[in-house]
Design a protein around this ligand. Structure first.
Ligand code: ATP
Length: 513
């Protein structure tokens, strides 16, 4: 087993064992690519959502939040282009009968080439030690250069073929690269076909009058159709944004990789309405702002990179992904898209209604342009969870499993532990929980030896453990243990709340932005 798959397996099993993520309807053997968030997972997810929502809505005077319905008038999806163009190119292997996304097969091939480059760099870095200049090595080493060129030319051709809808060429590329079925090694492929990702359903009881509906494949359209409502009732002046979080549904062909690619997932999207002609500037601003939001979490600058799109979606004039280093390599975490006036204009066309703004400075009416930031909440959950899960060697040959969550995102902020289950210690511990619970998500744990309780809280990612001992009864102090350093300090019970809150609150995190 490679190190990567090994780490990913640990992530999945830890998520289940410690009550973060369960397969949906597991007692019926689960449902493919659908998951439920458990007691700790729901809390982590809420905290990520809160961090995003507050950074958008609370910190920006000109961004407001809405909560639109999942069901929308079906013509919405005609106007948005999803009925005609929300397709993935799929290919079947005739021997294994397995279905794949043709573009993903090619991208995985390219990822292997990139893996070779990284190995080459790692080797050289070990060889040259402190003198190693990575940029120079990348620019001059013939093997690295050849591989970089190969990867770029494959991606370019893939992008161009998809752009032109030349599916025969995508198949030809798969054949030329001798890509085989990952399960069986067979190279016996069908043609590449387009497959629409929207889930259909029906509204109404009788078969003749029922209306065909779709489950929304993105939350963005709920924002576009409400553009004028929000602008007028909120008396919003351009530039302004509308933010929303909510469920989206996609009938993904290849739904593997745990909660990375789900059929039901949650998005956090913000559409920023701007005057035409200013899209380049705002696109760059939002790219920068969104990266800052990620970096404030302290999960390592080296784990993020931008990937600018060759192939643009039907609505975009520029698009970039923020990619994150997941256990299975760098993959898209968030998209920043310059969507032009595509959506609003298209809704104008299909409804016959004007979706325009009167700009007092320019003294004219126009259909605003839009820059969108769109991030998957579940993917962000996976990024945080997988990055935080570490196995640490300790002195004395032991080890511990820790979820080193950014403090503000941790499901529980403090655990209160009476050293023993007698002598009045549980009673004092309970009064501490009662005091803290108004401001901090706090748990009480009295089972097992205190060392084992520390380990359990480490594995759940709780930033602070508060231990109540006999001295606490005398002088109203307790031990405060910090999760990452495992350092313990003696502190007055009266100071617990502010000391912990200063370090774990979402406000503290937001102030880093
Ligand atoms: P991908 O290329 O991975 O399919 P996408 O480019 O189709 O993603 P967008 O339509 O830009 O994704 O959606 C915005 C964000 O929503 C993505 O960056 C991702 O975080 C999230 N997302 C999209 N599809 C899924 C899914 N099936 N499961 C979980 N999150 C998803």
């Amino acid at each position: 087993m490679t190190q990567q798959t090994d780490q990913f397996k640990k992530v999945i099993s830890h998520a289940k064992e410690y009550g973060f993520v369960f397969p949906s309807s597991e007692i019926y053997d689960g449902l493919s690519a659908v998951y439920d968030y458990a007691q700790n997972g729901a809390a982590l997810k809420n905290n990520i959502r809160e961090y995003w929502w507050k950074s958008m809505v609370q910190l920006h005077e000109n961004i407001v939040g809405i909560d639109a319905a999942i069901f929308m008038h079906p013509t919405t999806w005609k106007a948005s282009g999803h009925v005609d163009a929300f397709n993935d190119p799929l290919i079947d292997n005739k021997v294994s009968k397995k279905r794949y996304r043709a573009d993903v097969l090619v991208e995985e091939y390219v990822a292997k080439i990139e893996g070779k480059i990284e190995k080459e760099i790692e080797k050289a870095s070990k060889r040259f030690g402190a003198d190693f200049d990575e940029a120079q090595f990348r620019a001059t080493n013939p093997r690295v250069l050849a591989n970089q060129e190969k990867a770029a030319s494959i991606l370019k051709r893939l992008g161009q073929s998809l752009e032109k809808e030349d599916l025969a060429d995508v198949r030809a590329l798969i054949e030329e690269l001798e890509i085989s079925c990952p399960e069986t090694g067979s190279r016996d492929w069908t043609d590449v076909k387009q497959f629409n990702l929207m889930f259909g359903t029906k509204l109404g009881a009788s078969a003749d009058t029922a209306m065909d509906l779709y489950l929304r494949p993105e939350t963005a359209q709920g924002i576009f159709v409400n553009f004028l409502n929000v602008q007028k009732t909120g008396r919003m002046k351009l530039p302004f944004g509308i933010a929303q979080t909510g469920k989206a549904f996609r009938n993904e062909i290849v739904a593997r990789q745990f909660i990375f690619r789900m059929r039901e997932f949650e998005q956090m999207e913000m559409q920023f309405f701007i005057p035409p002609g200013t899209q380049k500037e705002w696109y760059e601003r939002w790219k920068e702002d969104r990266l800052k939001w990620h970096l404030a979490l302290g999960m390592g600058k080296e784990n993020y990179r931008f990937h600018d799109h060759e192939k643009l979606a039907h609505y975009a004039d520029a698009a970039s992904d923020i990619e994150f280093r997941f256990p299975f390599g760098f993959k898209e975490l968030e998209g920043i898209h310059s969507r032009t006036d595509f959506d609003l204009s298209s809704h104008e066309k299909y409804t016959g209604k004007k979706l325009q703004y009167f700009d007092p400075e320019r003294n004219e009416n126009y259909t605003p342009y839009v820059v969108e930031t769109s991030i998957g909440l579940d993917r962000m959950f996976l990024a945080v969870f997988s990055n935080s899960l570490v196995e640490e060697e300790l002195e004395g040959g032991t080890s511990r499993t820790v979820l080193k969550f950014p403090f503000a995102l941790a499901p529980n902020k403090a655990a209160v532990l009476p050293l023993v289950k007698k002598d009045g210690l549980p009673e004092l511990a309970r009064t501490i929980v009662e005091e803290l619970k108004w401001d901090l998500q706090t748990v009480y744990d009295e089972k097992d030896a205190v060392g084992r309780r520390y380990r359990r809280q480490d594995a759940l990612g709780t930033p602070f453990c508060i231990t109540v001992d006999h001295q606490s009864l005398e002088d109203q102090t307790v031990t405060l243990r910090e999760r990452d350093s495992m350092e313990q300090i003696r502190i007055a019970i009266a100071d617990l709340k502010t000391t912990i809150q200063d370090q774990v609150s979402i406000t503290t995190l937001l102030k880093k932005l």
